[in-house]
Design a protein around this ligand. Structure first.
Ligand code: FE2
Length: 376
């Protein structure tokens, strides 16, 4: 059953002990950062931002930062074997390592969370260069995923100390992607509530929506999900766990191939989903296919919308409505060979929910892919 519980509580709550200003960046550990950066530039419309590697005094790894509007992605690869990055890629394939959150005080964020039980990943550290100072700290979350706290109010360089501005003549235009709307984590069997409690106790988040296996079960696959949000709603982390179904849950398939818990998808916001998805498709981004029957009674289901149905149908964009408005969304296929991380493209028109009305169509589409892989 879908429940909205947080709105009132948030309004009543006193000072937020962990005020977050939003997502600062998402960092991926990958097998080949140079090629990953190129892919996200050419296919997703990011622009070159900053580089870090042996030439900038970093000996064991290379990182490329790319940016599009308020979205910053970093791709990091190991230069040698037998280290934490190489191990991470060996175990998980390419995946999200850091969900970095912007704060005004990274030292306080670390103290507030670790004293509430967070396991420290990185004690507050001050990084300097000629452009100023960044303070960075971090705590562990599910799997090997880490939340970094980034304080950059006294910094005006391209990205971070240790990086130099990455200038190149190859800068494909933006596809209109704006910012991170939400990041979803897949956790193990019966682990959802443990992580809900972690976000409540350690980070002061609230559970704003819950979906049980009756909301999210198709004939085969099932999962449960709870959406965690920080006080101002800038940072939202839905947490999924697998549920028993006739066949293997899509979350179970992820856990098997990622070899543990991790980030399932990152939702990227756009102001014009038809234009953005057209652009992404023309650049080779692959999306899940939705049967055209989904659109037969779309307007009866969701009411009047600003968009023409025909382009939505052509592209496979889904629509859902809640009390506050509606949203349009579409999901890519996994962006690496393992059936693990994928992206959602989302345009919100008032709706603050996550497309519950689309779960059936979406999960049936995911299962068709699972079946092709022999993992259903
Ligand atoms: Fe999502």
């Amino acid at each position: 059953m879908e429940t909205i519980v947080a709105e009132k509580k948030n309004k009543q709550s006193t000072a937020d002990f962990l005020p977050l200003e939003g997502t600062d960046y998402v960092e991926f550990y990958v097998g080949n950062a140079k090629q990953a950066a190129h892919f996200y530039k050419s296919a997703f419309g990011f622009q070159s931002l900053a580089y870090s590697g042996p030439e900038t005094g970093v000996k064991n790894k290379v990182s490329y930062a790319v940016r599009q509007n308020k979205l910053t992605f970093v791709f990091t690869t190991a230069l040698r074997s037998n280290n934490e990055i190489a191990e991470h890629v060996y175990n998980h394939g390419d995946g999200v390592k850091f969900l970095a959150l912007r704060v005004n005080d990274a030292t306080d964020a670390w103290h507030q969370t670790t004293k509430r039980g967070a396991k420290s990943f990185l004690e507050p550290e001050k990084l300097h260069d000629e452009h100023g100072e960044v303070v960075i700290s971090g705590i562990n979350t599910y799997g090997e995923t880490v939340h970094l706290f980034i304080e950059r109010k006294n910094y005006n360089g391209a990205f971070m100390p240790g990086f130099v501005e990455w200038k190149t003549g190859y800068n494909p235009p933006s596809t209109g992607l704006q910012y991170v709307d939400h990041c979803v984590g897949n956790v193990g069997w019966h682990q959802m509530n443990t992580w809900v409690k972690f976000y409540e106790d350690v980070m002061g988040f609230k559970n704003i929506l819950s979906f049980d296996d009756e909301d999210i079960s198709t004939e085969y696959s099932a999962l449960m999900s709870k959406v965690m949000s920080n006080g101002n709603g800038y940072v939202k982390f839905p947490i999924n766990e697998p549920a028993e179904g006739k066949h293997k849950s899509q979350v179970e398939e992820y856990l098997e191939f990622y070899d543990g818990e991790g980030v399932q998808h990152v939702a990227l916001a756009t102001n014009d989903i038809v234009e953005t998805v057209n652009d992404l498709k023309s650049r080779g981004v692959e999306f899940l296919k939705i049967p055209s029957t989904y659109y037969d009674d779309l307007i009866e289901r969701v009411g009047k919308i600003d968009e023409d149905v025909e382009p939505l149908k052509e592209l496979g964009i889904l629509v859902d409505r809640d009390n506050e408005g509606y949203l349009l969304q579409i999901f890519t296929k996994p962006v690496e060979d393992r059936p693990t991380l994928f992206f959602e493209i989302i345009q919100r028109k008032g709706a603050k929910s996550f497309g519950k009305g689309n779960f059936k169509a979406l999960f049936e589409a995911i299962e068709r892919e699972q079946e092709l892989r022999g993992n259903l």
